[in-house]
Design a protein around this ligand. Sequence first.
Ligand code: CUA
Length: 159
Amino acid sequence: NFEKVWLGAALLLIVGFIATIAYGTVGVGIQMVDDSGGEIDPQAVQQSNTGTGFDDPGVVRQNDSHYVVYVVAQQFQFAPGTGDNPIRVPADTRVTFRVTSADVVHGFSIVETNINTMVIPGQVSEVTAEFDEPGTYGLVCHEYCGSGHHTMGGSVEVV
Ligand code: CUA
């Protein structure tokens, strides 16, 4: 009878919606990495990952052409990044940003570039870029993270 047909159709739709959401979450390539290759405890990233750079966030030179920047996001600042503590990197080098959050989900977006990632507590978001043009680039949090979200930003100085 018709009721069963409509019930079936509705169920199919729901399954379809869930599949779409699942695909959007897992299938789109936001890269989450950590050194052990798995998910890590929310607070652990900051507190006990000795040697990864999150204990003392900042710019770490790997060699002349590659720098790694460890950034901790938390309500409502980036460290480094915000205020009188800008991220300072050289132009024409490979710059890998490794960003984690100490509290809630934040965003990490550098204006005028395609650097744009979510920052999730307990995980490390990694993006690599190269800045051809020296200058000061705006850094903004683009995920709503609380009452001060609109003030959360900073700068990247490419020298
Ligand atoms: Cu941090 Cu919005």
